[in-house]
Design a protein around this ligand. Structure first.
Ligand code: PEP
Ligand code: MG
Length: 903
């Protein structure tokens, strides 16, 4: 027997169902399931996705046997509908629609009213006793068919406004004008008859061939056009964005037409079994009396609310289906409940009422936003529809972002034109006036203005302005550049590497996409997507704590996750914030920003120019009281939880990044000649600072820095202990590549720990460990673990050094790499599991081979990325550490990982 390509449904019996989703597509599977459930579905059949695959593999032809199977299926529909396809007396009309495995809303084509010809038209008129309706159906078919089958499917791309559909629409508008009417519905049967003649003439003239007057030709034209639309521009770009494989193909659903536009007892509508924007458990939707489905979607007429419960705003006074057709509404309501219970998820449904009879045209799992996803998941679990595990698996960790940050109003954003695109470094939305320097950002903000700080890139000296700004926008840099790290830590909206911006700080202008933005101009940023807009857009506020469903979901997630969740925080307030989000300690406290306060930076600079060890030590030790206070504040905020503090990491030249004028001032302040200061600055200049004098290399050449920091940490710990408070300091040495480097630094730290405990007469537990962030550390992890008590993978540097991509310069080529698919995603954002992941796996295994109980975590940016968190779970890490606002995301991602692990 020939292979099966066609599956029928109708008359309460279907060949397929959900189990055949890959073959029948989502729509086909849904129609089959509904039919089997005894729900009224117009009979029809599905041509499988395999035919689509065959079609493309065989030079756009069909497999042998398809023709016969389609004819048999048509006969099946004819029997159930008691009408014949192409019959002049009693014609059957069909719709031809797409339907991929995963829904791709609006991305492919549809043709309705197929089978209507000059011969069958009189039959339809007689059958319906409605001439106006029949001519309206005919003009719709001509319009749709000529557009979808005769133009798009043929690959014809007419200039803007010259497409056949627009040409026909203009003809229709012209006729309406002539008749002095506004709405399509005001055209009479006579008008539509005339319009059909005009349409037929125009199609022949524009397309160079007549509109097909043969039902079979129409049918096969429609089927071919749906298959062709799988490779249409819209569908291809949607698949790229959603990661849908090209070889899945679409199915084609051919179904008996039912009409919502035959009169006042007919209607059509779209509905969701729960509100897709809020998650509220109320049947929610829109309908139109005397209309076809496309009228609801096209927005020509304002749709009406479905029921009393969901009437609001302007729609409050409009008649609902519940009021207009109470019996049918009741029937629909029963069906929607049945569908949701059966599919155990919110359904997006389409229905048509023809002359008082209800027909279901579609059911599929409805798309929803993050807020709605959370509420539905929790409520469905409580209703007994799904388990707790299913509940949190229903919420994508990234969807929590919506609750944690203000977002752009999606309705407004949809209408706006993007000005430029960069890397999405800090999520959420922000609106502000453009400023070009950190000082201006601070000054403007003090006056109560909302600003967006625009820089080529940022440095630690900009942090005051970055803090004051609503958002940060840079033309350079990648996902782990300074701006990105800082913004993410604060939960601030940020776009980096927005290469299209031509920033001129002198004239305070930005040239972008043919526009010129000046200081004070308003811009809006979508930091979640990395998109910049001109002007002001509405923001929707964030309030996770006010969301009871979110709180409950997170409790469930915490019950199953195995990974610990810590935070990257450098200040007591960040630490407290992260703790409120559920952080179980600090996984990385970077200490570099602590040196940029005016008094402190002076001491640093003194140290840098000092010529004797004694002078150097004197200068550094000036910082001790400040640092002790820093750490004490953080320990207090994290009382009872571990706090990992990293010794100083950045290259020294960052502390003497000065203009000529500033060098003069500083030399005078320090009482040294300008030349001496300048010579020292020149000496510190590095060609590759990222690979230069930083990390433990700094502590090895200037041991007094490590000593001062260790003393500050342990003196703060001693004070906590004296106060009877629990404290668990963990000192972490950065950029270690060999055991000897760690040995050197660890000896200092441990000596100081012993000294402080002896001096203060208290005992406290502490650990000394290392970051693993250069490949060599992974290769010799067993040696390093012989000394280190913990590892924390610094995947920002590890990604940088494994790929050989500069973290700060990746913005110049990464967008092209992503566009050309050289890389699947930004490796600074989502861990490269294939490459960098191997090093991590090796590091963990080797480390634990030397020290069985080695504690292992991650503190690079990947610690807050859901896919990377799942990887960390799989390689057996103990915890992940991420910026405060990503703590909830990591908690949920860790729970997902644990459930998936269980299988
Ligand atoms: C890292 O390299 O991953 C890391 C956390 O350190 P930093 O980003 O400060 O270099
Ligand atoms: Mg690092």
């Amino acid at each position: 027997m020939a292979e099966r390509y066609v599956y029928t449904f109708g008359g309460e019996r279907a060949d397929g169902g959900e189990a055949l989703r890959n073959l029948l597509g989502g729509k086909g599977a849904g129609l089959a399931e509904m039919t089997n459930l005894g729900i009224p579905v117009p009979p029809g059949f599905t041509i499988t996705t395999e035919v689509c695959t065959y079609y493309y593999a065989h030079n756009r032809s069909y497999p042998p046997g398809l023709q016969e199977q389609v004819q048999e299926a048509i006969a099946h529909v004819e029997r159930l509908m008691k009408a014949q396809f192409g019959d002049p007396q009693n014609p059957l009309l069909v719709s031809v629609r797409s339907g991929a495995r995963r829904s791709m809303p609006g991305m492919m084509e549809t043709v309705l009213n197929v089978g209507l010809t000059s011969k069958t038209l009189p039959g339809l008129i007689r059958k319906t006793n409605n001439e106006r309706f029949a001519y309206d159906a005919y003009r719709r078919l001509i319009m749709m068919y000529s557009d979808v089958v005769m133009e798009k499917a043929q690959g014809i791309e007419p200039p803007e406004g010259q497409g056949i559909r627009q040409i026909l629409e203009r003809e229709m508008d012209h006729l309406k004008e002539k008749r002095g009417v506004k709405l399509d519905t005001e055209l009479t049967a006579e008008d539509l008859k005339e319009l059909v003649e005009i349409f037929l003439k125009k199609v022949k003239e524009v397309m160079g061939k007549p509109f097909p007057d043969d039902p079979q030709e129409q049918l096969w034209g429609g089927i071919g056009a749906v298959f062709q639309s799988w490779n249409g521009k819209r569908a291809v770009s949607y698949r790229r964005i959603e990661g849908i494989p090209d070889d899945w193909g679409t199915a084609v659903n051919v179904q008996a037409m039912v009409f919502g536009n035959t009169g006042e007892r007919s209607a059509t509508g779209v509905a969701f079994t729960r509100n897709p924007a809020t998650g509220e458990n109320l049947f929610y939707g829109e309908w139109l009396p005397n209309a076809q489905g496309e009228d609801v979607v096209a927005g020509i007429r304002t749709p009406l609310p479905l029921n009393r419960a969901t009437k609001s705003g302007e729609a409050a006074s409009l008649p609902s289906l519940e009021e207009a057709m109470p019996e049918l509404y009741k029937q629909l309501d029963t069906i929607q409940r049945k569908l949701e219970t059966y599919f155990r998820d919110m359904q997006d449904i389409e229905f048509t009422i023809q002359d008082g009879t209800l027909w279901m045209l579609q059911t599929r799992t409805g798309k929803r936003n993050g807020t709605a996803a959370i509420r539905m998941a929790v409520e469905m679990c409580k209703e007994g529809l799904i388990s707790k595990e299913e509940a949190f698996l229903r919420v994508q960790p990234s969807q929590l972002d919506e609750l944690l940050h203000p977002m752009l109003d999606p309705v407004e954003e949809k209408k706006a034109r993007p000005l430029a695109k960069g890397l999405p470094a800090g999520p959420g939305g922000a609106v502000g006036q453009v400023v070009f320097t950190a000082d201006e950002a601070e000054q403007w903000a003090k006056k109560g203005k909302k600003v967006v700080l625009v820089r080529a890139e940022t440095s630690p000296e900009d942090v005051h302005g970055m803090h004051a700004a609503q958002a940060i926008l840079t033309s350079k840099g990648g996902m782990t550049s300074h701006a990105a790290l800082v913004a993410r830590g604060w939960g601030k909206c940020c776009i980096v590497g927005c290469g299209a911006l031509d920033i001129d700080v002198e004239s305070k202008t930005i040239r972008v996409d043919g526009e010129v933005l000046k200081e004070g101009d308003w811009v809006t940023l979508n930091g979640t997507k990395g998109v910049l807009y001109k002007g002001q857009m509405k923001l929707l506020p964030a309030d996770p704590e006010g969301n009871p469903w979110y709180k409950e979901l997170m409790v469930w997630a915490d019950q199953v996750r195995r990974l610990g969740i810590r935070t990257n925080a450098d200040t007591p307030s960040d630490a407290a914030l992260a703790r409120s989000f559920g952080a179980e300690g600090i996984g990385l406290c970077r200490t570099e920003h602590m040196f940029f306060d005016p008094q402190r930076i002076m001491a640093m600079r003194e140290m840098i120019v000092a010529e004797t060890e004694e002078d150097r030590r004197k200068a550094v030790m000036k910082l001790l009281p400040y640092q002790r206070e820093d750490f004490l504040g953080i320990f207090r905020a994290m009382e009872g939880l571990p706090v990992t503090i990293r010794t100083l990491d950045p290259p020294l030249h960052e502390f003497v990044n000065l203009s000529a004028e500033q060098v003069k001032d500083l030399a005078a302040q320090m009482g040294i000649p300008v030349e001496r200061l300048q010579a020292r600055i020149d000496q510190l200049h590095e060609l590759n600072p990222m690979l230069g004098h930083r990390g433990c290399r700094l502590g090895i050449t200037y041991p007094e820095i490590t000593e001062m920091q260790a003393r500050a940490i342990f003196e703060a710990a001693a004070q906590m202990a004296q106060e009877g408070k629990e404290v668990f300091p963990e000192v972490m040495i950065p950029l270690v590549g060999s055991l000897k480097e760690l040995d050197h630094q660890q000896e200092i730290v441990e000596r100081v720990a012993q000294e402080v405990q002896a001096q203060k007469g208290v005992k406290f537990a502490y650990l000394v460990g290392t970051m693993i962030e250069i490949p060599r550390a992974c290769l010799v992890a067993d040696q390093i673990a012989s000394r280190a008590q913990f590892f924390s993978f610094g995947t920002n540097d590890l990604t940088q050094t494994t790929f050989g991509f500069s973290r700060d310069d990746v913005g110049s080529f990464l967008p092209v790499y992503l566009e050309k698919k050289i890389l699947p995603s930004d490796p600074f954002q989502t861990l490269d599991q294939e490459g960098v992941g191997q090093l991590i796996r090796m590091g963990v295994e080797k480390g634990r081979s030397a020290r069985k109980d080695l504690k292992v975590g991650i503190c690079g940016e990947h610690g807050g990325d859901p896919a990377s968190v799942e990887f960390c779970h799989r390689v057996g890490m103990n915890y992940v550490s991420c910026s405060p606002y990503r703590v909830p995301i990591a908690r949920l991602a860790a729970a997902h990982a644990a459930v998936k692990d269980k299988g």
